[in-house]
Ligand binder design. Sequence first.
Ligand SMILES: [Zn+2]
Length: 119
Amino acid sequence: MVCQNCGTNIDENQNFCPNCGAAKADCSNTSETTEQKVTDPTSQAWSKKAITGFVLSLIGLIVAALPCGITGLVFSSIALTQTANKNLKGKGLAISGLVISLIDVVFGFVNIMTPFYYL
Ligand SMILES: [Zn+2]
């Protein structure tokens, strides 16, 4: 059969059009509602906060700076709720950023506290 949305030939055992992602049932009916019904995972936007949080946590890990770790922690936490609620990509990145940020904060505190042990 042919997709009425884009004209691509669809295999009979495929449920979605491989070209435009429209459901086969929608292809044979009206194409107006297809865009609302079908969510294409490749068109999902990346959470910018997930990327920012991850990068900050990495910088924090390299320079062992507490502010980077805390900022990374904040960005990653926001990103984690964003990726869960707003259908944004970057959940794995947000979790990685969160874990690395926590390590940053621990090392950052150790870094700050260490000189006092020698006083
Ligand atoms: Zn199509």
